[in-house]
Ligand binder design. Structure first.
Ligand code: B4P
Length: 188
């Protein structure tokens, strides 16, 4: 299976991508995780990404697209992949279509995990207490939700138009969300 996972910050993309990828024996590729690893490792990519991430903004497309193109060229994605957090705007979605067409493969699904903004804000504030991520403060969360509404939410219509959209309710218990997700992608 080749799929992208959409949804607002805190909807459970990272949480569910790991579970679903494990079940399907394919890699979960999180652009956020790759950026955070680069920030931690103090690489050039990390240096470029950090200021945008800590402000709750998207990292510029040319940086993100090149990183995803490199990742999708690796051997472990032949059997499939779950992209978590990419694409995040329509230009990235078009760029992903080009990458996949160059690789002569197609997406099977765009899975959107839905959750209301009050709930995701609570989850991210709780995560801040545990992980101390500097983009999980209330003002930055507000900014990330704004960026989601203006830049990422239009992807719902984009993938619906391509006949690929699968929507899954992300409210409630983590295990219940996983069950809904597994049922929704079954047969895709
Ligand atoms: P991400 O790492 O993608 O961060 P996120 O949107 O907050 O989602 P995440 O996957 O971490 O959280 P989840 O919902 O699983 O992006 C971070 C930043 O990287 C972006 O702001 C941007 O700057 C940059 N970036 C990433 N991709 C980019 C791109 N394509 N283009 C440009 N920039 C990009 O979980 C959140 C919390 O909720 C967790 O603590 C989890 O335990 C909890 N949770 C999950 N499900 C739950 C449930 N059902 N009930 C209760 N809690 C739950």
């Amino acid at each position: 299976m080749r799929a992208v996972l959409l949804g607002p910050p805190g909807a459970g993309k990272g949480t569910q991508a790991a579970r679903l990828a494990d079940r399907l024996s394919i890699p979960a590729i999180s652009t956020g995780d790759i950026f955070r690893a680069n920030v931690k490792g103090k690489t050039e990519l990390g240096r470029k990404a950090q200021e945008y991430m800590s402000a709750g903004a998207l990292v510029p497309d040319e940086v993100t697209n090149a990183m995803v193109r490199d990742r999708l060229a690796q051997d472990d994605v032949h059997a499939g992949f779950l992209l978590d957090g990419y694409p995040r705007n329509p230009d990235q979605a078009v760029e992903l279509d080009t990458m996949l067409s160059d690789l002569e493969v197609k997406l099977d699904a765009a899975i959107e995990i839905t959750a209301d903004f009050d709930e995701v804000t609570k989850r991210l504030i709780k995560r801040a207490e545990i992980d101390g991520r500097d983009d999980d403060t209330e003002p930055v969360i507000r900014k990330r939700l704004e960026v989601y509404s203006t830049s990422t939410a239009p992807l719902t219509a984009y993938y619906e138009g391509h006949g690929l959209l699968v929507q899954v309710d992300g409210m409630g218990d983590v295990d219940d969300v996983t069950s809904r997700l597994v049922a929704a992608v079954d047969g895709k």
